[in-house]
Design a protein. Structure first.
Lengths: 115, 112
């Protein structure tokens, strides 16, 4: 079955450590995205990528980094510079085509807790 | 003003009731509109796209009013399984055609 996988589902880290969240898709989508969601809030875009080896900052990129070496993979690193890293992180992907093709498909998410 | 605003609720309704959610957006250049559903501690999933002419999918009806910049979702004959948070989503205008802006969501609980 086609889909998006994220691992791990739950992640615990000590403050000051970098941590990398995995996101893989086999939908053959060109575009991939990372969001964070805090309790009672909407999703906020961290980074997105429309093509391999290229990515752009979203609204809250500070303290995060990404890479897109393969079409299927878009890992997110939460660095120690991110002041409030504890959140629910969601990866998504979409096709790029007609203007109306904005539907994004989400992975199951990773809950990161930093203490 | 937030780009996409929703009444957070919670909306608690009895089974079988009709419930309506509204959402307003600030970017008049937005072209694509969606309702996503998010169950507790799960990822959002597309419920339906919203077209200019309005569209219906079973018990769900979505409407778009471009002049007033609002979107609505109507759920008829609500079921217990409709309990979730409903996210209003609009394509953003941040230099990329691929960005979506999410509302904070409206929480619905359908009671037996």
């Amino acid at each position: 079955d086609g889909g998006i996988t994220q691992s791990p589902k739950y992640l615990f880290r000590k403050e000051g450590q970098n941590v990398t969240l995995s996101c893989e898709q086999n939908l053959n989508h060109d575009a991939m995205y990372w969001y964070r969601q805090d309790p009672g809030q909407g999703l906020r875009l961290i980074y997105y990528s429309q093509i391999v080896n290229d990515f752009q900052k979203g609204d809250i990129a500070e303290g995060y980094s990404v890479s897109r070496e393969k079409k299927e993979s878009f890992p997110l690193t939460v660095t120690s510079a991110q002041k409030n890293p504890t959140a629910f992180y969601l990866c998504a992907s979409s096709i790029i085509g007609r203007t109306e093709d904005y539907e994004q498909y989400f992975g199951p998410g990773t809950r990161l807790t930093v203490t | 003003r937030k780009e996409v605003e929703q009444d957070p609720g919670p909306f608690n309704v009895p089974e079988g009731a009709t419930v309506a959610f509204n959402c307003t957006y600030s970017n008049s250049a937005s072209q694509s509109f969606f309702w996503y559903r998010q169950d507790c501690r799960k990822e959002p999933k597309l419920l339906m796209s919203v077209y200019s002419s309005g569209n219906e999918d079973g018990r769900f009806t979505a409407q778009l009013n471009r002049a007033s910049q609002y979107i609505s979702l109507l759920i008829r004959d609500s079921k217990l399984s409709d309990s979730a948070t409903y996210l209003c989503v609009v394509n953003g205008d941040s230099g990329s055609a691929r960005q979506l802006t999410f509302g904070s969501g409206t929480q619905l609980t359908v009671l037996p």
